[in-house]
Unconditional design. Structure first.
Length: 132
């Protein structure tokens, strides 16, 4: 339910989010492809200090993908709960609020991980470009 108490409006917002969730799935696949390429080439990188940074970036990237899956599942669960509520189901507001809170926590965590990932990738790039 949104701030005005409108479940239909909340459902529309949630479904729009679901559209973005499919985009997130595509981005997760893209990130996995980049991570695979990094895994295959990181041990041959010079200087050797860049290997450690590269492996850290890979580990954070994997965590991002894992959290994107959690986010996607929560978003789908939210849509199902709102649809059930609109259909007269016994879904309570507290249950919907709990899922929404979890989604917000995931978004914050993913954003935090992404900042760390971007920092590590930039550090990796600096180390490897200065070695060429």
């Amino acid at each position: 339910k949104n701030e005005a108490g409108d479940y239909n409006g909340a459902l529309t917002v949630a479904k729009n989010g679901a559209g973005r969730t499919s985009q997130i799935g595509a981005k997760a696949e893209e990130l996995l492809g980049a991570l695979e390429a990094m895994v295959e080439s990181v041990d041959g990188v010079r200087p050797t200090g860049a290997i450690t940074v590269g492996k850290e970036a890979i580990a954070v990237g994997i965590k991002i993908v894992e959290r994107l899956v959690v986010y996607s599942n929560l978003s789908n669960d939210l849509i199902q709960k709102i649809e059930a509520k609109l259909s007269g189901g016994s879904v309570g507001q507290a249950e919907i609020t709990q899922i929404t809170d979890k989604i917000n926590e995931e978004v914050q965590f993913i954003n935090s991980l992404n900042k760390g990932y971007q920092t590590l990738v930039a550090e990796f790039d600096d180390l490897t470009q200065n070695n060429q």
